[in-house]
Design a binder for this molecule. Structure first.
Ligand SMILES: [Zn+2]
Length: 310
């Protein structure tokens, strides 16, 4: 039997109400899944895993309990909902809890298979007692704390390659020596306040593929050598792409593929399991995001023997 690459996905990812013209690329998750299904070779090498919803009590170990309760009850003040950027709805909560459950399932699948990918996730702007930038609860920190419950996992490295700084993740991990944070981002972009990660690489506007990889690759190698993590959580945001509507970098699709391959190859070589999330990517023409996110699946298939009959 061939081993298959686990892809965690639920139809609810593209199914919650948003006002017309909202920036959030709601349909890209569904489109990405359909793209994978339409590619015979890719489809034959992957296995879709449907996550269960997270029990919200789990969130109170990383977020302020009053914040969790207010969001669940729909009683968060309007100004705080505006900071998150979504109108409150039961469906939004269901979607959010399912995607958090999905990131946890991705951790479990990665422990078993070496690499697993979540076809959403990367809520790195969620802080202890507030959400922002389309992030309600921080799935990356939740995943890191989950990974640390496994035997032999003493240290987790979160590699955040979304174009926006991982401010919530950095703040939530600041006092935890078992969670190491690396953020490579556009320096002049959201969020304006950037609490320090363990490693921050702030890039100038217009950084191209060559320069991006020149900054990123040696730093990842160094982080892996210095911190010797037992598990990696990888946010493979594609909003570093030159045509992204919320990013100011000039990385091309091949540059994204090379970045993804580098992360997964390094971890594979060191035998470190990786749970990856697809992260950000913003285009009005959402279908144009699909091949960029599909790079991550191609990269995972290129560095492993998933799908190969042995
Ligand atoms: Zn982003």
């Amino acid at each position: 039997m061939a081993e298959l690459l686990p892809l965690v996905y639920h139809p609810i990812y593209s199914d919650f109400p948003l006002p017309d013209g909202h920036r959030y690329p709601l349909q890209k998750y569904r489109m990405l899944k359909e793209h994978i299904e339409s590619d015979v070779q890719m489809h034959s090498a992957v296995a879709f895993v449907e996550p269960a919803s997270l029990n919200p009590s789990r969130l109170k170990s990383i977020h302020r309990p009053e914040y969790v309760d207010a969001l669940l009850a729909g009683s968060l003040p309007l100004a705080k909902m505006r900071r998150i950027g979504f109108p409150w709805s039961e469906a939004l909560l269901r979607r959010s809890l399912t995607s958090l459950g999905g990131t946890l399932d991705t951790v479990q699948q990665a422990m078993e298979c070496g690499i697993a990918i979540h076809l959403t996730g990367g809520y790195h702007h969620a802080h202890y007692d507030f959400g922002s930038g389309f992030c309600l609860f921080n799935d990356l920190i939740l995943a890191a704390t989950e990974a640390l419950t496994y035997p032999g996992i003493e240290r987790v490295l979160i590699v955040d390659c979304d174009v926006h700084h991982g401010d919530g993740t950095a703040a939530l991990a600041v006092d935890n020596s078992q969670i190491i944070t690396l953020s490579i981002h556009s320096e002049k972009n959201f969020p304006s306040r950037k609490p320090p990660s363990d490693i921050d690489i702030g890039l100038p506007n217009g950084t191209d593929s060559e320069s991006y990889l020149h900054h990123f690759c040696p730093m990842l190698t160094l982080a892996l050598a210095q911190y010797q993590p037992d598990f990696v959580i990888y946010d493979a945001g594609v909003d570093i792409h030159t045509d992204d509507e919320l990013g100011y970098l000039n990385v091309c699709s091949d540059g994204i593929l090379e970045r993804d391959r580098f992360v997964l190859t390094q971890c594979r070589t060191l035998d470190i399991p990786v749970a990856a999330v697809i992260g950000g990517g913003y285009r009005t023409e959402q279908e144009k995001l699909v091949p960029l996110h599909a790079n991550l699946i191609s990269a995972a298939l290129s560095v492993t023997a998933f799908g190969a009959n042995q």
